[in-house]
Design a binder for this molecule. Structure first.
Ligand SMILES: NC(=O)c1ccc[n+]([C@@H]2O[C@H](COP(=O)([O-])OP(=O)(O)OC[C@H]3O[C@@H](n4cnc5c(N)ncnc54)[C@H](OP(=O)(O)O)[C@@H]3O)[C@@H](O)[C@H]2O)c1
Length: 282
């Protein structure tokens, strides 16, 4: 197999940011292992890609799937190992925390946090071999927790912590670990999250809507707006990922998009009371 400039794994590459990263790295001459969960996505990814791009079945919540993916990648890359791992797979669970079914919170954390570390643990021997780097796709929600997205924000705050600890733990081996922190990005995640919200709504007691109806509507209105394509193009996030993987002096974190930069600044500068007034309900 042609390894080009080196091999990189991207999780959750079927759509959105992951697909943009996979295509960008492929175009730049890397051998990309693009994680997907459906054959149809594998076939679509192969279109307009070089022969170096290999779709690979990878569910980040399934230990057997991670292990099978790691074995396949290890066989293909041999002693060259990996130049990079982009932990991108993610979902967005929304709803008021008072009523959020705990199973939904667990699902959110399982995909966005535990899954990221599970894949990282599996790939680290190959990253050591290849003197590679790790990039975690976090979010401005890892800095600023808004109402109705507490579960998602919890997952991204946790991912920020994992990223920082891992970067400091792996420092002796010069394995860089970066967090890419996009703001609103134009991807299918918004439509998927709205759909998941519809599915959840039928399970919740009517009281939820009496108490939180207006706040839910504000949150859904903005999600509907983003689902129509409002936001930073995913290719901008892919550019930050590329910098984190290849630059001589990679940064520890990369806010992407004006909203992410402003959000990060406000989270750092404003006192909690001001943030509560800005983001909170009546
Ligand atoms: N879009 C934004 O505004 C935004 C902002 C900040 C951060 N982010 C982050 O960016 C990352 C990518 O999201 P996106 O916006 O590009 O959304 P997306 O288009 O919905 O992509 C999410 C990807 O994750 C995959 N995925 C979900 N569950 C998985 C699992 N258990 N195992 C493996 N893959 C799984 C999906 O695969 P399937 O197609 O098989 O479901 C899909 O490929 C996420 O971590 C998200 O939190 C997004």
């Amino acid at each position: 197999m042609d390894m080009g400039k080196g091999a990189v794994v991207v999780t959750g590459a079927s759509t959105g940011i992951g697909e943009a990263c996979a295509r960008q790295l492929d175009a730049q001459g890397y051998a990309v292992f693009a994680g997907v969960r459906r054959e149809a996505d594998a076939a679509r990814l192969r279109e307009h890609a070089s022969a170096r791009l290999t779709p690979i079945m990878l569910d980040v919540t399934d230990a057997a799937s991670i292990s099978a993916a790691e074995s396949e990648i290890a066989r293909a890359v041999g002693d060259a190992g990996l130049k990079g791992l982009v932990n991108n797979a993610g979902i967005a669970v929304a709803g008021p925390l008072e009523f959020l079914p705990l199973g939904e919170l667990r699902r959110q954390l399982e995909v966005n946090v535990v899954g990221q570390l599970a894949v990282t643990q599996a790939m680290l021997p190959l990253i050591r071999l290849g003197h590679g780097r790790i990039v975690n796709i976090s979010s401005v929600s890892g800095k600023l927790a808004s109402p109705m997205t507490g579960a998602y924000a919890a997952s991204k705050f946790a991912l920020e912590a994992l990223t920082d600890s891992l970067r400091r733990e792996l420092r002796p081996w010069h394995i860089h670990v970066a967090a890419v922190e996009p703001g609103v990005t134009a991807t299918p995640i918004w439509q998927k999250s709205l759909q998941a919200g519809d599915d959840l709504a039928v399970e919740l007691p009517p009281q939820v809507f009496t108490l939180y109806g207006p706040a839910i509507e504000v949150s859904r209105r903005s999600a509907r707006h983003h689902a129509k394509g409002g936001g930073t193009p995913p290719v901008m996030v892919a550019r930050a990922v590329f910098h984190a993987l290849t630059a001589r002096h990679p940064r520890a974190r990369y806010p992407v998009g004006r909203d992410a930069r402003i959000g990060t600044f406000l989270a750092r500068m404003l006192p909690d009371a001001a943030l509560d007034r800005l983001l909170g309900g009546r």
